[in-house]
Design a protein around this ligand. Structure first.
Ligand code: ZN
Length: 245
């Protein structure tokens, strides 16, 4: 019980750090002179630093009722949502796999997938700084014998994960003269292949394509011609696989 509560608290704290990554990484990539640790957390509207008690995951947002203590500007509900989501996922994984290496590798993957989905949804970018650790992490855990598949399958599935969307997007370009998938999506699929193996990778590709087509029908009905990110769909399916299969 103590371990479970501890893992939920750790999950919320890591969720708070993931919020920093989601907010700052695209800005760092755009050339802003900030890092993940500098400057300290501050309100983007009035630039007042956040007080320590308001920086406590979940509790801080509740204390503030979702508004900056200084200028009363609204703080995105994404902050408590990500903290709560990570707390639940950490608790769930520890409850099902116990404290140990098996849980650690699953949580490592989830800690990369959640910010990737959020950043892609907001900016249509899948940063290399998150996709490369996903690919390498998948191959290393498979090689160490603590992944879902052996290292040979992980390696092959990573290559398939990259080349299959690459070939499809090449065909797409030839026939429709339009960009299909971006390089980021290919690296994402390489990473998912490394973690899941080729069988599960195929399932993820099919399930996420169906999800993406269904939401494209809705999005394009509301906003014709609107570009939308693809990454969140395979990530959502992969998170489900990590949690439930
Ligand atoms: Zn403020």
């Amino acid at each position: 019980m103590f371990v479970l509560i501890l893992s939920i608290i750790v999950g919320a704290i890591i969720g708070s750090f993931i919020n920093v990554i989601i907010y700052r990484l695209p800005r760092i990539m755009a050339g802003e002179k900030i890092s993940l640790s500098f400057p300290v957390s501050h309100c983007p509207f009035c630039h007042h630093p956040v007080r320590w008690r308001h920086n406590i995951p979940l509790i801080g947002w509740l204390l503030l009722a979702g508004k900056c203590a200084d200028c009363r500007a609204a703080i995105s509900p994404r902050y408590p949502l990500i903290e709560g989501l990570m707390a639940i996922m950490f608790g769930w994984v520890i409850a099902h796999h116990g404290p140990g290496i098996e849980s650690a590798v699953i949580l490592f993957a989830l800690c990369l997938l959640v910010p990737l989905a959020c950043i892609d949804a907001a900016t249509m970018l899948l940063p290399d700084r998150l996709t490369w650790p996903l690919i390498i992490g998948g191959i290393v855990t498979a090689w160490a014998g603590v992944g879902r598949v052996g290292w040979q399958e992980a390696g092959i599935a990573a290559v398939v994960g990259f080349t299959l969307p690459w070939a499809l997007s090449l065909l797409f370009r030839v026939f429709f003269q339009r960009e299909g998938m971006g390089r980021g999506d290919m690296k994402l699929f390489a990473g998912l292949g490394a973690w899941m193996g080729y069988g599960m990778l195929c399932h993820i590709m099919i399930a996420s394509s169906i999800l993406a087509i269904l939401s494209a029908l809705i999005i394009l009905k509301v906003k014709p011609g609107q570009a939308f990110p693809f990454g969140p769909y395979p990530i959502l399916v992969a998170i489900m696989v990590f949690l439930f299969f």
